[in-house]
Design a binder for this molecule. Structure first.
Ligand code: ATP
Ligand code: MG
Length: 388
């Protein structure tokens, strides 16, 4: 079985092209291997990728490729020799198994040395199909604008590939080509969706989760693991840093002004995430924050939160409505995990009227009352790293 994979954006990336293609090939190989699909080869041909499989894995394949970022579309293809008579016969063989009245031939000539132009190939193959097909189907006709079926022909250096169906891929960029970022993952709906959006742009996520050791917290950690496991459909394997947050929380609770608590929690989280980011050689932080969704997520508060770190904070969901986020969470398979009960370390002791307009000076004044450096060092020392 042969599959041709088309990629869209990578083709535009000039000098980086080989790096992007290599990454996509590597990611396809890893995804197939992880699903136990045995392949003979995954290789580059003429601005596309060709996968050669044993027949057995075939039925699983579309579901695997649908989750590999960087793929624009892919097709199950048939191969024939670069000979116009062979092409005609193969085209007829493929179309005679399909149900249609109007058709169109669409040729892409990757090999410009081929004797016939794309247009000539379209015409000659089309004529042949009409002649041969009319014996079986008298109404058969060519329709260039709205055909029932399109037969695609791709002429490459070595072979000709033929197919009738394009299966849409997830688009985006191959995972890893944009480097790494630290994703702050809570147990909620938003942060896994934020992670997915950045994976789609080629960013590998290193996860950080803050937890407090209240009764039953192990179950919440398991929930975070489950979320990451389901994101591994896209990222294959992930690292999670579990950071204990109780001591930090206690200190903030006992020493600072109630309305700034959430902003103070978030600023400490950003500092810890930045430390982890330095170690992991990441270039950004990712959160599921969303403008105006809750009191802590006003632009004023986000500004003060951002000022705790020198790394850029990517907030891919900033402009989404909750309904839109939920729809994506359902599509990517994280929603049903996110809605399970969870002990959120930050929803405990949240004041009735949290500040919506934090300012940096006041926040820093509160922070002076905390032994932040010591707390962060100790939290990092007690952090556990897991590979999932
Ligand atoms: P989510 O659904 O992702 O929890 P949310 O709308 O509930 O988001 P908040 O609880 O205010 O928002 O959190 C905002 C962001 O801060 C989260 O999206 C996440 O990136 C980060 N965050 C919050 N709590 C934690 C935590 N315990 N561990 C790691 N990151 C967290
Ligand atoms: Mg939350």
């Amino acid at each position: 079985m042969l599959i041709i994979v088309h990629y869209a954006e990578i083709a535009l990336k000039g000098g980086n092209r080989k790096f992007f293609e290599d990454k996509l090939i590597e990611n396809i190989k890893k995804s197939l291997t992880q699903k136990g699909i045995v392949f003979n080869s995954v290789k580059r041909i003429y601005g596309r990728i060709l996968i050669e499989l044993n027949e057995e894995g075939g039925s699983l394949l579309p579901n695997v490729l649908k989750n590999v970022f960087g793929i624009a579309h892919f097709s199950l293809v048939e191969k024939c020799a670069k000979d116009i008579e062979k092409i005609k016969e193969k085209a007829f063989e493929i179309l005679s198994q399909k149900d249609f009245i109007s058709f169109k031939i669409e040729t892409k000539r990757g090999d410009k040395k081929f004797a016939l132009s794309s247009q000539q190939i379209n015409e000659q193959v089309g004529e042949y199909i009409l002649e041969e097909g009319a014996k079986l189907l008298p109404n058969l006709k060519v329709d260039l604008h709205n055909p029932d079926i399109v037969l695609y022909l791709e002429i490459t250096e070595k072979d000709v590939f033929l197919y009738t169906e394009k299966i849409v891929g997830p688009g985006g960029l191959p995972l890893g080509v944009s480097g790494k970022a630290v994703c702050l993952i809570s147990g909620g709906i938003d942060s896994p969706v934020a992670a997915w959006y950045m994976m789609k742009r080629g960013v590998e996520n290193v996860f950080v989760h803050f937890y407090s050791t209240q009764q039953g917290y192990e179950q919440s950690l398991e929930k975070v693991r489950d979320l990451v496991r389901s994101l591994n459909v896209f990222q294959l394997n992930s690292k999670i840093y579990f950071v204990p947050f109780s001591d930090i929380q206690k200190e903030i609770l006992l020493n600072t002004q109630a309305d700034l608590r959430v902003v103070l929690y978030r600023r400490v989280m950003m500092r810890v995430a930045e430390e982890i980011g330095l170690k992991e050689n990441t270039k950004a932080l990712i959160t599921g924050e969303n403008v105006g969704q809750v009191a802590s997520q006003t632009l004023d508060n986000m500004l003060v939160i951002s000022q705790a770190t020198s790394l850029p904070i990517l907030r891919p969901l900033a402009g989404f409505d909750k309904i839109e986020i939920i729809a994506v969470a359902k599509k990517i398979g994280t929603y049903n995990i996110s809605i399970l009960p969870h002990l959120d370390c930050c929803s405990m002791f949240v004041p009735e009227h949290p500040a919506t307009k934090a300012n940096l000076k006041e926040t820093q004044k509160q922070e002076k009352k905390l032994k932040i450096k010591k707390l962060i060092t100790s939290a990092l020392k007690n952090t556990k790293i897991e590979n999932i």
